[in-house]
Design a protein around this ligand. Structure first.
Ligand code: TPP
Ligand code: MG
Length: 367
């Protein structure tokens, strides 16, 4: 008996600026000169911070931290498309975008050095703190989007970021399903960097794309060249407009690559080939954006030199500020686990303090 076709789907990929710097004129989002430069500078700063973090960690001046190198277009372009009224609900690999949102660099450095206090950021809300619980933030994003709809806030939407590995978490499926059922204003950005620590994308899901997962829930899923800042901007801008207008969620799969280690505690040479990494360095989003600016006569060697110097000064000042913490006790983290003192935890605190060598106790205070 012939079967009747009841549904048919396809998944598209968006690219506006290719790896050779070729621009698709029809899709050009026509960023203003100021926005184009702002985006490039944010991407460059994200890259610079990443390099400094790794160096500081190697010198014993930083805790274990993740790297964002390669992700700059996937996270900074969406931040450019957002307004202050939109909510940024990220995970742990968006430093350049978080700085665009107004986060303090010194506080971020403190956070990655293991001080929960680093989560205290200057701006009034709408950018959630870093979270390391894979996928959990996606539920928070949908909860916030539900609140936006309930309050009839039509000038705001939520953008949430998560990795390819996070798509195997039940939380992410539940969040997407309810977002669709409730038609809430949320943009899901899956930063598919092809790896979840040492787990390759092929072992994460049998789906050909991550974008197609949206189809099952009943909203649009789109794959975007995640190393293309203009493509990421265009996709996020469209999805945000739709969300604010009551059109419900969108899933953007940002196809990119983590060029460095998962965190400073990881050695990717143990599970992936140099050839693969080399291939992706050729698609590096930062020089791609620079070439685009040069093509519009907005950038040149003099601007680059000046930017390098500004970034160096900004980082030096932030590191100096972050390392000023004489009054911070090494057992501070025990203070924040429960609201009220807990005898079990107090016993653990005492064990921890007793195990600290005297010299470490002094160093840990930043002396
Ligand atoms: C619920 C949960 N399970 C496991 C981990 C350990 N873990 C930390 S990062 C990570 C991989 C996440 O990969 P992906 O979602 O692709 O994000 P990426 O780090 O590649 O950006 C895992 C398994 C965790 N932090 N939280
Ligand atoms: Mg990943």
């Amino acid at each position: 008996m012939p079967l009747k076709e009841v549904a048919k789907f396809s998944v598209s990929q968006l690219q506006v600026l290719d790896e050779h710097g070729q621009l698709d004129e029809k899709l050009d989002p026509r960023l203003s000169a100021a926005d184009a430069v702002r985006l490039y500078e944010a991407m460059a700063l994200g890259r610079e911070v990443d390099q400094r973090l790794v160096r500081l960690q190697r010198q014993g001046r930083m805790g274990t931290c993740p790297t964002c190198t390669g992700h700059e277009a996937a996270v900074c372009a969406p931040a450019l498309a957002m307004t202050e009224r939109d909510w940024f609900v990220g995970y742990y690999r968006e430093i350049g975008a978080r700085l665009m949102r107004g986060d303090s660099l010194a506080q971020s450095l403190r956070y990655w050095h293991g001080y929960e206090e680093g989560n205290l950021q200057p701006q009034p809300g709408r950018t959630l703190p870093v979270t390391a619980i894979v996928g959990a933030q996606v539920l928070h994003a949908v909860g916030i989007a539900y609140a936006m709809k309930y309050r009839r806030e039509t000038d705001s939407a939520v953008v949430t970021f998560f990795g390819d590995g996070a798509t195997s978490q039940g939380d992410v499926h539940e969040a997407m399903n309810f977002a669709a059922v409730w038609q809430v204003p949320v943009v899901f950005i899956c930063v598919n960097n092809q790896w979840a620590i040492s787990q390759p994308r092929e072992q994460q899901t049998r789906s050909e794309t991550i974008a197609q997962k949206a189809i099952a829930y009943g909203f649009e899923g789109l794959q975007v060249d995640g190393n293309d800042p203009l493509g990421m901007y265009l996709a996020t801008d469209r999805a945000l407009r739709r969300a604010r207008e009551g059109g419900g969620p969108t899933l953007i799969e940002a196809l990119t690559y983590r060029l460095l280690m998962h965190t400073t505690a990881d050695d990717p040479r143990r599970y992936r080939s140099d050839a693969e990494v080399e291939r992706w360095w050729k698609r590096d989003p930062v020089p791609r954006m620079r070439r685009y600016l040069e093509g519009r006569a907005l950038w040149g060697e003099a601007q680059q030199q000046a930017l390098q110097e500004r970034m160096r000064q900004q980082l030096d000042a932030a590191v100096a500020e972050a390392e000023l913490r004489e009054d911070w006790r090494p057992d501070l983290l025990f203070d924040h686990v429960f609201g009220a003192p807990d005898p079990e935890l107090e016993a653990q605190r005492q064990t921890f303090l007793a195990a600290l060598p005297a010299a470490t106790a002094v160093d840990a205070h930043g002396a």
